[in-house]
Design a protein around this ligand. Sequence first.
Ligand code: SF4
Length: 385
Amino acid sequence: MVEISSQHQLSPSSWNRFEECPRKYWLSRQRLPRKASMPASLGNVIHNSMEEICNLDFTGHDDSEVGWLSKIMKKTIDKQWLIEKEIFLNTPRRPSWKSQSIGKAREGLVGALNLLFSKTKFAGKKFSEITIKDWNEIKSIVISNEESLISNDGRLIGRLDLLIDDLDEDGNSKGWIVADLKTGKPPNSILSEKVTRQLLFYRDLLKESKPNHPSVSAEGWYSSNQKIYSTDGDFVLDDAILAWNEMKLTIYPPESTPSEESCGFCEFKAWCPDWWLSRDKGHLSDKNTFRDEVVRIIKFDEISGAARFERQAPVDIHGELTSSDVSFGALIKGRALTQIKELISSDYEGPVFLGSVRSQGKIIHLGDWSEVLPWSPLLESKRKV
Ligand code: SF4
């Protein structure tokens, strides 16, 4: 039996987060309020629907039955959509739920199933013509789905979307395919370093946990363009263990590595002084249409949502701020308006982090897509080390 580390475990996503910026990873372990996003929820709906459909049991059904798959797909997506919506709406930090995106979830499931079909002789066959017998044959190549993997020492973990039996033209097994279902934007030509690392991690962890494996290849299955991207490379688990050693929780935050890529969608900016310092020094752009700000509220009219802010200039790495001669007007609506009202009524008077404001001329706009949070640089672990 594997003894699970009482400290921490490295998964492909935590490893990527750590490689992007060690401070981002450190902040992700501080139990800060979670943030939901529509792309992540869409991904969950597609993954969970695919898992549910792959696990359906058709024992007792007529082998020649057709027309059932499209119905089951719709029913499954609708069910998973409602489950995800509830989780999303109960997440403390979130934009508004986009009901119209259910079409994208349906398309994603179509893409994922077509990719699975492409590994069988049923490639390109219409869903309405798939019989129960066909489906059982398709499903027979799925060795496992959503399988949890863990290394012998318990330090490395991963959840594998699909383990597929790789068949040759005569239907004989050539080996296994570790398939990671991707619901985001496909790569232009080759897989990014991040995705490659993730796929090789799954490949090597699978080999370690199943010592009698045949040859194993790794693939990223992109549902949006229905394309499969293969990857190959050296063994990565030694690097993972090196990273694991550095990922131990420390009292003080590790060095950050601010960059457009790592800070772009970082959800921990309200707790990190470094991106703001970097931007002040001109290392990060302040010209994007959607940008973040750290401000002091000069004026706010809660009826109209009009406000005036003064940008707060960073003083040091501890998140200390000082006034600046930059000020701008703002129009605030939707969830951002609710958030700023709540902040003001809580008697909070400190600097404020504005996430994802849309700049238009001299005015900024905040709405359902934005965030208003107290500026709270976190300089010591909230968790016991
Ligand atoms: S905002 Fe940038 S520097 Fe700060 S934790 Fe996030 S990625 Fe790292």
